[in-house]
Each structure stands twice: as structure tokens, then as C-alpha cells.
Design a protein around this ligand. Structure first.
Ligand code: GLA
Length: 709
């Protein structure tokens, strides 16, 4: 891992374990991207370093691969920065004025406009052991007048020289998030974005580009993920000259802002990486990076129980106590009370914003329940939705001006609620204060922080402050609140939730230990959602609940074993009405919870291999290999049996070919003893029959060769 500046060639080289990333300053003064891919001898790339023009219609072709550039001159590629100066000039000419290299990890390119004192630091941090590069920019206005920033991308990535460019990303909707899509990019622009005020369920800010031929196990993949939880935009622009540029950052849609004299704008981080081992290697690099650099959580997730699907808003101390007793019997470690415990919250029509314990539901306060939960050996957790308010609430009656609104418009209610303008200092204090009181007064170890609507009418009650984009202030203050709460209450774990998985990104995951990735709890639908999630995000953050059969979302009845297997592939939760479960179901659940506790270190800290996907077969299978390679667990799911055909075999991955493993299924069948090579190349017969069958296999290394075994 290294950062080297080859002075005589004006060439910058960033080396990670598996990649070279090269750019240089060409004759035009453009900082031209040269190469990103397998390690090469950097100096030999300089023949690419030249300014390039094709015609008067295509004057500055080299700027299509600019490391970071502004809109100005003959540059028509998607710009990093678009700005207008106080005198009406809207043209940028960013020139390199120097650079700083700090150790092996950090590089900053210093750019300045040719005339105005507008400076851009383009920053790189090499996360070499994960083969990743974190990029961001800092933009400083040294002028005496404000500068209007129309677009400020965190990074531009250039990918060149592929015959085809295939983009893989996710799309989705509420209760159907993280659906994978792959499309070839033809010339023109493809935009993935959110305009709804937060990350959103419709797309997620990460991408993967390959040459159309990469698979789960092989092939070159360029990828990136943006750490921002507000409006975001990723632009994929394929030019007629054969390259693709990925520009990503905070969305410029309704996002222009003024940069005051002396002020600096810091963009979010946009991390990028390169893998030669296909999408699986890409995901494992991101998972490890998230576990080691991003997520505050360490170690396995606690098994939780959540009462939402069992009781919805009808929460009271008696029923919750009964559920808690049942939860403790099956080995739950964290009991979470969801929506409905506060104010006049009997439905989604009232009470949101009134964060005092409802005295009818909890006559002796929350303490009675908390003491009982702790007495049963569990932690206590609570649901909150601090950014929202019902019009029918004391909070709204007292502060109608705290919501986003335009004075001449009626605010749009969604789920009967408005959104608080968190950018206002008084709203920020209100949220911080009530959360502090809640967490100081009660022994709460876990907070599920929800958000259940999109942003509309993003105005400031008549205060026409355009200094900062309203959208950006919300996110900045949200991050500050979470950071402060984590400082004040280091023992409390936090979960990000937004009507399920609508606020999951590398920005919020710096503050959240885990994520509720979808309200859809059907174990089959979840396989697809969970698979899409793991393309960019670590299974250690992926919360999955076992719920009822038939499932409330789609009426499908799945065996309890299938529901557990599906939910054991991330952080396990139980969200069923266990008060109604039979003794047999309770005993089976207890067995699975205890099995989960034995294997969860593999799920949350191990390397994940996606062996088979229901996207292209009748089988889904996922393997998790412990970091020391001594243990692994495999989950396999059969969609539906077709009689006849060849025997199905499951080929495993990530094992030591020379080592011998004992393989044991959770169906009581006899164990196998096999070499890693056999398990990976010949595979195991898949003993699944019927519809919606599932299987869990545990592997344990028992020797280095057949003789020793
Ligand atoms: C959202 C969450 C659910 C639940 C409800 C409560 O939809 O995603 O898990 O907490 O809100 O109102």
C-alpha cells in the first residue's frame, strides 16, 4: 500500500494490495485519470497522459476523465463542481496548485480557480487492506462575496477501456427494498438518486460496474458507495469516446447553497474499490471495511424480540410482560417495545411527538416492565421516531412552526404525520433533550430509530434562508444528534429504520450498529431482499425477524425451520406473536435460538459467499466462513421441487482445499467427512425436497489431510 508522486512525470500512483489507481497532470493542466485496475508499473502509463481534442465539437475530450473538475470552458462531462460567482461568472477553471501526501494513507490535491479564490481539496484516503479508496472534497470560498454552489460531487470515478459497461445496482419500494438490477450502459447518462430527503427505498447509493462478464466468483468489478443519508445522486455517463464516468455526491436537485466568505463545504465520503474476484469479492471487501471502519458495533448482534407485529399500537404493560416471559423462555437477549408506548398513540393518527410514557398503558411507568425484563435476564429496548410529528399531538399544537412547510402551501401529511425541520436549532435541541431524558431516566440498552415518511414542502416556515440547503442541514443535524447520543450513552446500541430499509447507507451506518432492512418479514421475500442488501452491506448489520405463518404481508405459510434459517443469516430477531405459539413451536424456536448463538460469530464476523441465488435458479444458498477458516455455516433453500433431472449438488467456497472438514446438517442426518477440495469442486448432494425446504449445515475443520483425519 503506498501513495507515490512521480515528480518528473507528474504522475500520482495509489497502490492497494490488489489495485493501481493512477492519474497525472497533462499539458492542459487537467488532472487526468489514467488507470484503475490490476497493479501495473505506474510510470509506463504516461503515454496516456495527454490533452486530447477531436473536433471543435469535442474540444476537451481529456476532461471526460478528469479526476475532479468543474463546469467551465469546453468541459461538458458531468461536473464535480458547478458554481457561480457574485459577479455573475458561472465558469470554473480549476488548476492544480500543489498536493500533500501524508504517510501511506492520505493524499490531498489542492485545486484553485484561475481567477477567483475558490479552492477545492480533492482528498484520498487509502484503506489498503480492504483495497478501497475513500474520496471526498472540501471546497473553500476565499472570496469577499458568497459563491453559489450549484453542484458539488464528492468524487468522480473514471473507468475506461471496457468493451461493455454493465451497471449493477438496486431498486425497490417500501417492503421490497434492495432488488438487484444489471443493465448495460450505452452512451448517455443513467442517474440513480433520491429526491425524497433521505436515502430512500427506491435506490441505494452504491454501484458496481463490470465488463458484462463478471460473475459472483470471477471477473473485474469497479464499485463504490456513498456515505450520505439525505438526497443523493450517482450519475453514470458513458461518453462517445469510450469511457464511463461515475459522479456521486449530495443531489444538486433543489440542493444549491451559498458558500459564505471564509466558509468551507465538506462533502460526504464516496468510497471506491476494484475487485478481480467478481461480485462476491466486492461484497466481502465492503463487509470487512464496514465492520472494521464504519459500524460502531463490535461482535455479534443480540437476539431480540420486537412486539410490533404481535401487538401493533395496542401496547400495555400486561401484554408486554407476558411476551417478555415467553421471549426469555426461548433465549431472547433483548426485548424491544415498538411503537405505541407514548402519548395518545393508539394508532398512527395521533401522539407522535409526545415522548412521555402513556400512563394508562404503563400505570407504573416503563420501570415496571424494564425491571421485569431485566429480571428475566434480557436487555430492554425502545422504538422512537424523533423526526416526525402527528398534527394531533401536543408537540404540534405547541410548535406548528417546527415542521417543514411553505407559508402559502398546505403541508402534505403522509401516514398522518409531518416531518420536523431538524435543521432548526430549537428542533435539534428538542430531540437531543428528550432522547437524553429518556435514556437517562430508564435503563434502556437499545433504540430503534424510525422515520416513516418522505420530505415534502422543504421550506422553513417563511424564513427564506438559502445559506444552506434545507436538506443538508437535516442530515448534518441528524448525524450530530446520533454522535452526541452515542457519546452520552456509550452502552446503548442503535438501529436505523425508516419504514424498514429506507435509510441505509455508509453515512448512517457510522452511527447505527444495525439496520432494520425491510418491513417485509416473509422469509422467502426476505431471501431476495437480504441478498440485494449484502451486495453492499455487511450481514452483521442486517436485522431479520422470524414472524407468523401465514405471513401478514403475503399470506404465505412457511415452516418455522425455513423462517429461522432465513432470519439466522443476519442479526436474528423474533417478531411473531409468541404468546400464541404452541409448546412444540416454543421448543423448536428455543433450539434455533440456541443454535444461532453457536454460529452467529460466523454470520456477523465471517466471510460471506453467495453460493446460489433464486434470481437464476431454484435454489438459494449462502455460506459464512469464520475468519480463521476453521468453521463455516451454510444455509440452503429450495424454492420448489421438480421431479427428475440431475442430482443437485451444492459446491462450497472459501475452504482450505487440503483441510478435512466434518459437515453436519441440522436435520439429524449423518455427518460427512470431506476434504475442502471435494466440498468445493464436487460439492454435497442437496437433501432438499418439496417446496420451501431449507437446510442448515455446519462445517468444522478436523484435520489437514485425510490421513490425519
Ligand atoms: C415502521 C417500522 C416498523 C414499525 C412501525 C411502527 O413501519 O419499519 O418496524 O416500527 O413503523 O409504527
Amino acid at each position: 500500500m503506498a501513495i507515490i508522486y512521480h515528480e518528473e512525470k507528474k504522475l500520482f500512483e495509489i497502490r492497494t494490495e490488489r489495485s493501481s489507481y493512477l492519474f497525472g497532470i497533462n499539458g492542459n493542466g487537467t488532472i487526468q485519470h489514467l488507470y484503475w485496475g490490476e497493479p501495473i508499473a505506474a510510470a509506463e502509463s504516461v503515454d496516456l497522459l495527454k490533452s486530447r481534442s477531436h473536433s471543435s465539437f469535442d474540444a476537451a475530450v481529456d476532461r471526460e476523465a478528469e479526476e475532479y473538475g468543474g463546469w467551465g470552458g469546453a468541459n461538458y462531462a458531468e461536473p464535480g463542481l458547478k458554481a457561480s460567482f457574485a459577479d455573475g461568472v458561472r465558469d470554473l477553471q480549476l488548476q492544480a496548485i500543489g498536493h500533500t501526501i501524508e504517510g501511506e494513507e492520505a493524499l490531498a490535491l489542492h485545486l484553485k480557480d484561475a481567477h477567483y479564490d475558490l479552492r477545492v481539496d480533492v482528498r484520498y484516503k487509502v484503506v489498503g487492506r480492504h483495497d478501497l479508496i475513500e474520496r471526498r472534497v472540501a471546497i473553500r470560498n476565499g472570496e469577499a462575496e458568497p459563491v453559489r454552489i450549484e453542484q458539488a460531487m464528492a468524487a468522480l470515478w473514471s473507468i475506461g477501456g471496457l468493451p461493455d459497461y454493465r451497471l449493477t445496482h438496486v431498486t425497490g419500494r417500501w417492503a421490497g427494498e434492495h432488488q438487484l438490477r444489471s443493465n448495460l450502459l450505452s452512451e448517455g447518462k443513467k442517474v440513480l438518486e433520491s429526491r425524497r430527503g433521505f436515502t430512500g427505498p427506491h435506490a441505494n447509493p452504491w454501484f458496481a460496474i463490470d465488463d458484462g462478464g463478471a460473475s459472483e466468483t470471477a471477473g473485474r468489478v469497479w464499485f463504490g458507495a456513498l456515505a450520505w443519508s439525505g438526497n443523493w445522486k450517482l450519475v453514470f455517463e458513458r461518453t462517445t469516446f469510450g469511457g464511463v464516468r461515475v459522479a456521486g455526491g449530495v443531489n444538486d436537485f433543489d440542493g444549491a447553497f451559498s458558500l459564505a466568505p471564509g466558509e468551507t463545504y465538506e462533502s460526504p465520503v464516496f468510497v471506491g474499490g476494484f475487485a478481480t474476484g467478481g461480485f462476491g469479492q466486492m461484497s466481502r471487501a465492503l463487509h470487512q471495511y464496514e465492520r472494521e471502519e464504519i459500524l460502531p458495533a463490535r461482535g455479534p448482534r443480540k437476539v431480540l424480540y420486537n412486539s410490533w407485529e404481535a401487538t401493533e399500537f395496542a401496547v400495555n404493560v400486561r401484554d408486554q410482560l407476558a411476551l417478555a416471559e415467553k421471549a426469555a423462555q426461548i433465549g431472547v437477549e433483548r426485548f424491544v417495545v415498538d411503537d405505541g408506548w407514548f402519548g395518545e398513540r393508539h394508532s398512527d393518527r395521533a401522539g407522535l411527538g409526545d415522548w412521555r410514557v402513556n400512563a394508562e398503558k404503563f400505570p407504573n411507568g416503563l420501570e415496571e416492565l424494564i425491571a421485569a425484563v431485566k429480571g428475566l435476564g434480557m436487555e430492554f429496548g425502545l422504538w422512537v421516531e424523533p423526526e416526525s410529528v402527528n398534527p394531533d399531538s401536543d408537540l404540534f399544537r405547541a410548535h406548528p412552526d417546527w415542521i417543514y412547510r411553505f407559508p402559502t402551501r398546505r403541508s402534505t401529511p403522509l401516514r398522518n404525520q409531518y416531518l420536523l425541520n431538524l435543521g432548526k436549532p430549537e428542533v435539534k435541541h428538542f430531540v437531543l433533550d428528550f432522547m437524553t431524558e429518556l435514556l437517562s431516566k430508564h435503563e434502556i440498552s437499545f433504540i430503534k430509530w424510525d422515520l416513516n415518511r418522505t420530505v415534502t414542502e422543504p421550506g422553513d416556515s417563511g424564513n427564506a434562508d438559502t445559506t444552506h440547503s434545507v436538506w443538508n442541514r437535516h442530515v448534518a443535524n441528524l448525524y450530530e444528534i446520533w454522535a452526541e447520543l452515542r457519546r452520552r450513552f456509550p452502552h446503548v446500541a442503535f438501529e436505523t429504520c425508516a419504514g424498514g430499509g429506507a435509510r441505509i447507507d455508509l453515512g448512517i451506518l457510522r452511527y447505527a450498529d444495525q439496520a432494520w432492512i425491510s418491513d417485509n418479514t416473509d422469509a422467502r421475500d426476505r431471501l431476495t431482499i437480504q441478498e440485494g442488501f449484502t451486495y453492499a452491506y455487511s450481514p452483521s448489520a442486517m436485522m431479520c425477524w422470524v414472524t407468523e405463518a401465514p405471513n401478514g404481508f403475503n399470506g404465505r405459510s412457511l415452516p418455522l425451520s425455513y423462517r429461522f434459517h432465513s432470519a439466522m443469516m443476519g442479526g436474528l430477531g423474533i417478531g411473531a406473536n409468541i404468546g400464541k405459539w404452541s409448546e412444540k413451536e416454543m421448543a423448536e424456536a428455543a433450539r434455533y435460538v440456541s443454535l444461532y448463538k453457536e454460529i452467529r460469530h460466523l454470520v456477523t464476523d465471517g466471510d460471506q459467499y453467495r453460493l446460489a441465488s433464486l434470481r437464476d435458479s431454484n435454489i438459494a444458498a449462502y455460506q459464512y466462513v469464520g475468519r480463521d477458516g476453521d468453521e463455516a455455516v451454510v444455509f440452503a433453500f429450495l424454492q420448489s421441487e421438480h421431479f427428475g433431472g440431475s442430482e443437485r449438488r451444492l459446491r462450497l467456497r472459501g475452504l482450505d482445499p487440503e483441510a478435512v472438514y466434518e459437515v453436519r446438517g441440522d436435520d439429524g442426518s449423518e455427518a460427512w467427512v470431506r476434504h475442502g477440495s471435494t466440498l468445493m469442486h464436487l460439492g454435497l448432494p442437496l437433501a432438499l425436497r418439496g417446496d420451501y425446504a431449507s437446510w442448515l449445515l455446519r462445517l468444522r475443520r478436523i484435520g489437514e489431510s485425510a490421513k490425519e483425519a
